[in-house]
Design a protein. Structure first.
Length: 281
């Protein structure tokens, strides 16, 4: 086991390497993904995964080792930590792929964080980007709750919001990509929302800015996520090939499938809340 000093050294090296790449000009693919930057950030993500959030992941065998797939998950937290921990869980599960995750546009207006998100696989959320990624046979992570998910008050934690108009179902039908339902438990506690700062949200162009037990009371340190215990469960794939691509034009079918996926993820969330028991021990 790595001692505290060794852990601090590893984190220091990771942050230093990531900082150098943020300041430099390094090779990226057409989406802005930089595998060298992602490798430099790996020690930090491993610290968060193993030590800070003590993540338990199950069901990674359901995720295809090659070919396109749409990973559909519940969403919480201001920044896409849930996507980063999903990607880390997949690597730990032996899936040597670089998944891409769709992120709300406002996050790309944040200095430094926007560059890190993009170079680690974040892509601005749009149907066009998602379609192209799937056509290129990527693993694509989507969070259909969108801003409604990350903006839930503490009293509504782990109650999934409506999955919009089912755009992810249309994408799966058009591309033949299987849907992998994913339940994440732990992300709701990292920034417990007690209220909002609408003026700050408007200034940053963000959908909301939360008041939490540590923010804005502790200033910048309030942005440090709380060390909750996480569980990530990848469910069996949902194949929609039998419906055919023409079903993407049938609103009733699209909404029915979207609600079925939402209900499956909600059930998985409840199951994993029971398995986790305590949020912070």
């Amino acid at each position: 086991m790595i001692g505290p000093l060794g852990l601090l050294r590893d984190l220091g090296r990771a942050l230093d390497a990531a900082g150098r790449r943020l300041r430099g000009d390094y090779e990226e693919d057409e989406w802005g993904y930089d595998p060298s930057f992602a490798a430099a950030a790996e020690p930090l993500l491993s610290f968060l995964y193993d030590r800070w959030w003590r993540v338990t992941a199950t069901g990674t065998e359901h995720v295809p080792r090659d070919g396109r797939a749409l990973l559909v998950a519940n969403h919480a937290g201001v920044l896409p930590w849930d996507a980063a921990m999903m990607a880390t869980a997949l690597r730990r599960g032996g899936i040597a792929r670089d998944p891409r995750f769709l992120v709300l546009d406002w996050a790309f207006g944040l200095p430094w964080a926007s560059v890190a998100i993009r170079r680690n696989g974040g892509v601005p959320a749009s149907p066009y980007n998602a379609l192209r990624l799937l056509e290129q046979d990527h693993l694509v992570m989507v969070f259909p709750e969108g801003a409604k998910g990350v903006g839930k008050p503490w009293s509504e934690r782990y109650r999934l919001q409506r999955f919009g108009r089912g755009g992810f179902v249309e994408l799966a039908l058009r591309t033949g990509a299987p849907i992998i339902p994913v339940a994440i438990v732990g992300s709701e506690e990292i920034y417990p929302k007690l209220g909002e700062l609408p003026g700050v949200a408007r200034l940053l162009g963000a959908p909301y800015m939360p008041i939490t037990p540590t923010f804005p009371l502790l200033g910048p340190f309030g942005a440090i996520p709380l060390p909750s215990r996480w569980r990530i469960a990848f469910g069996p794939p949902i194949a929609l090939g039998g419906l055919g691509s023409a079903a993407a034009e049938d609103r009733a079918t699209v909404l029915e499938v979207a609600e079925d996926v939402r209900a499956r993820i909600q059930s998985m969330v409840y199951d994993n809340l029971i398995e986790r028991q305590s949020a912070f021990r």
